[in-house]
Design a protein around this ligand. Sequence first.
Ligand SMILES: [Fe+2]
Ligand SMILES: [Fe+2]
Length: 231
Amino acid sequence: MVREITRLESPIDVQYLMHEAYIAISLRVEAMAADLQAGGGVQPLRDAFSLWGKHLLHHAKIEDAHMTGPLAEIAARDNEAEHAALAVRAGTVSALYADSARGHALGRTVSLEARFALEQLEHAELDRRLLDIDEQLQRELGERSLGVRRRRHVYSSLVALRVAEFDHFENEETFVIPLVRERFDEDAELDLARRCLIDDTASDPRWIIDSVADELSPAKQGLLRDLEARF
Ligand SMILES: [Fe+2]
Ligand SMILES: [Fe+2]
């Protein structure tokens, strides 16, 4: 999970820095929710939670559209080409060879599809948990004070969200990031990294990169600056 990154070998490695920053933000929100068990206002927790949620939603949206989407298209194209090649070969080589080659190609397809499906399912799961907690907090803000029982509920929901987030980052780093490195060229990786860090649709397009930098060590902030200079 949190890796000791001293350089970005590839632009997509910025994902490790972003995940590290989001982990720090989520642990801080969780600690605030734990403190709230002893009393205090809900608003500071809600503000911190909103920022965490805003990051996760934007991050997942960009990944779905500009990382998993293009990867799935590349995989489908590869697959089509592979099947066409197999059909030609099947006519010229033994049936046994064609069958085993086809089986191999199929195995690879299933495994790639499973990776993309997992990425999208986990994004939807994070989305669902975020909305649920947001509703809980909104409801509680409408009342003068949050009951002990409800505080416990909010806390346990936040812990569950944080665990789902950690699992997701781990899966993405294991199953998806290596594919990006393998299939995207340098320019495509730089474009994806820029979209993850800079929000062109916001009044402050730097809200992500600035907030991520705040969570990183000075050395890692330097890596972020070097990467940004290449955008
Ligand atoms: Fe990510
Ligand atoms: Fe993701």
